[in-house]
Write a new protein. Structure first.
Length: 489
């Protein structure tokens, strides 16, 4: 059995229930801490009140003894007055007189040294003759007492005789601090706190549950609308709440994502349609030429037919290779390239090797020194070759390649002296299967994917490819991160 299965059994699946349970647990921890503090504070304050009552009783007993009056045994607070030279108590009252009736004094004999008063603890002896079920049974227990001493010589002979003590005896008054009232108050307070805590936990859990339920209503609406978005109807959008909180940001993000998906689907459909259109043209030409040759074999110029078939086949091959490259670029994410390529050397080599057989063109390369960038050498060569191919198809007499190092970037430009590109089409030319010169022959115009592949390769290497406005011709500007200085050595 998986170790997480027991937790899953009791841990709720609903976000509302989880939030309510978490709020209840957090509140329980806080309430337990508050209850612990209140419990001890109430007990401490109650004991303080009991001590104050015992002190008041102590001073009242001392005042009566000083007047030679034996205190009454009927008292709420237990007390006992003991004296040296006596086995029995001078006076006893409260629970002490009930627990130990007619016995020797149970409190310690007064010390020989003179003390004013003190707070101490005394363990009382057991009394098997007394009913131990009585809540006021004090036998055998340890109790806190307050004691006060005074000598009988401070009394007159008549007062000492009235108290039944010798004139040289020492008296001590003990008053027991009863914890029963403090304990009873504390127990009552604990019960009230427990009831209030349980009610509070239920209320907190309920409030958290319904608050989250209300807060999640827009999320449920978003979920329902998102579930209704299908490939057949991708234009469905969720309603953005006007509250301005996190749900609004979520709805906006979902709508943005749906819009991107819709745009991607539309672009994919256009791409498939354009690819089919581009493939149909050479296939139609190839099929027509072959059918005519087969229909009229005696009147067919077979070398010309073979030349046409080979040209259309090469065109299909180039188109298929471009489509496969675009597919690979669409599925691969940009990664760090360990190789370092000198773009100046690459541009110079392509300038020397590029065939300029169809027209008289001048292809030159201008640079101030090595320009290194991280990347794949083959992909950089394909990118630059596509830019040169595009410039060669449109240039009148000259193509200029420049390579410069600008701070942390390498900037490469390919500038031709052709008719240029209208400003409104500066971005459209990087779309797939876009040709601005539709009147020219497709056989000499390429597949319409060169610039799209070049921009995708630039993005793959964390760079940019843009069309820079120029008074004459078209100037493509490639900007790539420059390799560190140590990589250039």
């Amino acid at each position: 059995m998986n170790a997480t299965e027991p937790r899953r059994r009791w841990w709720p699946r609903s976000v509302r229930a989880r939030t309510a349970l978490a709020a209840a647990l957090a509140a329980a921890v806080v309430l337990v801490g508050i209850g612990w503090w209140v419990h001890h504070d109430v007990y401490r304050r109650s004991m303080q009140i009991a001590e104050d009552q015992a002190k008041d009783q102590l001073w009242a007993l001392c005042l009566q003894l000083e007047q030679g009056v034996i205190p009454d045994s009927t008292s709420v607070v237990p007390y006992e007055v003991v004296a040296t030279g006596r086995r029995t108590a001078v006076a006893s009252g409260g629970a002490l007189s009930d627990t130990y009736p007619g016995t020797d004094h149970v409190m310690p004999t007064p010390p020989t040294a003179q003390e004013t008063w003190e707070i101490t603890t005394v363990r009382l002896p057991a009394n098997p003759d007394y009913d131990s079920s009585d809540p006021l049974d004090m036998a055998g227990g340890t109790h806190q007492v307050i004691a006060s001493d005074f000598a009988s010589k401070e009394l007159s002979a008549d007062k000492a005789a009235a108290l039944g003590v010798a004139t040289d005896a020492k008296l001590r008054v003990y008053v027991v601090v009863l914890p029963y009232t403090a304990e009873a108050i504390t127990r009552t307070t604990d019960r009230l706190l427990l009831r209030a805590g349980l009610v509070g936990l239920v209320l907190i859990a309920a409030v958290a549950y319904f608050a989250v339920r209300i807060a999640l209503r827009p999320v449920e609406a978003i979920r329902v609308l998102t579930a209704s978005v299908t490939a057949n109807d991708p234009r469905e959008r969720v309603i953005v709440p006007a509250t301005g909180h996190e749900i609004t940001a979520l709805a906006t993000t979902i709508n943005t994502t749906l819009q991107r998906l819709d745009n991607a689907a539309s672009q994919q459909r256009r791409f498939v349609a354009d690819a089919a259109h581009e493939l149909r043209s050479p296939l139609t030409t190839l099929l027509a030429s072959l059918e005519i040759a087969l229909a009229y074999p005696d009147r067919t110029d077979w070398p010309a037919a073979a030349t046409t078939a080979a040209r259309q086949t090469r065109r299909l091959q180039a188109l298929a290779e471009d489509l496969l490259l675009l597919a690979r670029l669409d599925t691969r994410t940009p990664t760090a390239h360990p190789d370092t390529v000198d773009l100046t050397a690459l541009a110079s080599r392509l300038t020397e090797q590029y065939p300029l057989t169809e027209r008289t063109l001048t292809l030159t390369c201008d640079s101030t020194g090595p320009a290194h960038a991280h990347g794949n050498p083959d992909e950089y060569e394909r990118l630059l070759r596509n830019l040169i191919d595009n410039a060669a198809r449109h240039a009148a007499h000259r193509i200029q390649i420049t390579v410069r190092n600008q701070d942390d970037w390498v900037v490469l430009t390919v500038h031709d002296d052709g008719p240029g590109v209208p400003t409104e089409d500066a971005e459209r030319i990087f779309e797939r299967f876009v040709r601005l010169d539709d009147a020219r022959s497709r056989d000499h115009g390429g597949t319409g994917l060169g610039l799209a592949i070049a921009r995708d390769l630039a993005h793959r290497h964390q760079g940019t490819l843009t069309l820079t406005p120029r008074p004459l011709g078209a100037c493509f500007r490639l900007r790539l991160p420059r390799a560190p200085a140590q990589a250039e050595k």
